[in-house]
Design a protein around this ligand. Structure first.
Ligand code: SF4
Length: 345
């Protein structure tokens, strides 16, 4: 009989519930809001957690109350035999939700296998429907593969398909409404994401942010009255409904952060655990995993750090008057774990 999971609270009474699991820092795109630079320092292969190590650490997290895991990267579908990890995680009876965020480029080949392995939900990043804008934003020419990947996820029978679109003024903001029409046409729920000044977004400027307020204004001008969806949720997206019943979300962590209900933490592919997207220091769980055979000791370590958590990174950033990019190239070179593509967004 499985003992009930604990409910570990941080200093702001936020539960440890939601773990974003980066399985690689590599990516096959170079999105301007995440990896705008030419050169990147990759994590050494020997430092990367094995699937067994990941399954073990997730078991420990779920004993402390985590019931949602989202697999991320870099681009997670680049990690070979990812379906084997999904199978291991899906066997964990405490996991209520097992989701994945992908850029969709490799989804056609893997959607069915991931679904059969037990993956519950998929989110595909789609910032544009125009090939020239895709090339400009991602510096690759893979829009067709992404759209085919979305179709493959539908064909594989994933319920609750979601699309994430990072909106940047002067880059893709002209497609705000077209992206929603597209999402509707493929039966997916679109979440608009405000351009965030996270680690790695070295070109970030406040002037390029299309805010939640501006998005709602433009969408209402095109689609008519917009109603908020009344629900209690810790999910980052605030949801809205159009008159025809279409639901979409906005993740407004730049202009309207939601740190007060944040139950998320992140584990990098090499086992560094961060309790906030903006945290500059984390906990090395890889060395603990490889030196401590006792799961109860690991659980104590994790619970202790969570109980001390007071992070409200996006709110702190919002309070900064002259806000520029979060970290410059030199700082990122000294501390590559600051990079969003290492933390899984
Ligand atoms: S900035 Fe940090 S505390 Fe705020 S919502 Fe994001 S991860 Fe949570």
């Amino acid at each position: 009989m499985l003992a009930d999971a604990m409910n570990v609270l941080d200093t702001l009474q936020r539960s440890l519930r939601n773990l974003r699991l980066s399985v690689t820092d590599r990516c096959n795109l170079r999105c301007a809001y995440c990896m705008p630079e030419e050169e990147y320092k990759w994590l050494p292969k020997r430092s990367i957690l094995s699937f067994e190590e990941i399954a073990r650490v997730v078991r420990v997290f779920t004993s402390l109350g985590v019931d949602k895991v989202r697999i991320t990267g870099g681009e997670p579908l680049l990690r070979r035999e990812l379906a084997n990890l999904v199978r291991l995680l899906a066997a964990n009876p405490r996991l209520a939700d097992l989701a994945l965020t992908t850029n969709g480029v490799l989804l056609v080949e893997q959607a069915r296998e991931l679904r059969d392995a037990g993956l519950k939900r998929v989110t595909v990043s789609l910032d544009t429907l125009r090939p020239e804008t895709f090339r400009a934003l991602a510096r690759r020419d893979d829009l067709d593969r992404v759209l085919a990947g979305i179709q493959a996820a539908r064909d594989a029978g994933f319920p609750g398909l979601k699309l994430d679109a990072v909106m940047i003024k002067g880059a893709n903001d002209g497609e705000l409404c077209d992206l929603l029409d597209y999402a509707k046409s493929v039966g997916a729920e679109l979440r608009y994401i405000e351009y965030m000044d996270v680690g790695g977004a070295t070109r970030w400027r406040a002037a390029d942010v299309l805010s939640r307020a501006e998005m709602l204004e433009r969408l209402a001008a095109r689609f008519g009255p917009i109603e908020p969806v009344r629900e209690i949720s810790n999910a980052p997206a605030e949801r809205f409904r159009l008159a025809d019943g279409t639901v979409f979300g906005i993740i407004a962590s730049t202009t309207a952060p939601f740190c007060s209900s944040c139950d998320r933490s992140r584990l990098t592919a090499d086992g560094m655990w961060y309790r906030c997207l903006y945290a500059t220091t984390g906990t090395n769980l890889r060395d603990a995993l490889r030196s401590e055979p006792d799961d109860a000791k690991l659980a104590e370590l994790i619970a202790g750090h969570w109980r001390a958590r007071a992070d409200r990174g996006a709110e702190d950033r919002l309070a900064e008057l002259s806000r520029g990019a979060y970290a410059g190239r030199d700082e990122l070179a000294q501390n590559p774990h600051l990079e969003m593509h290492k933390r899984g967004g």
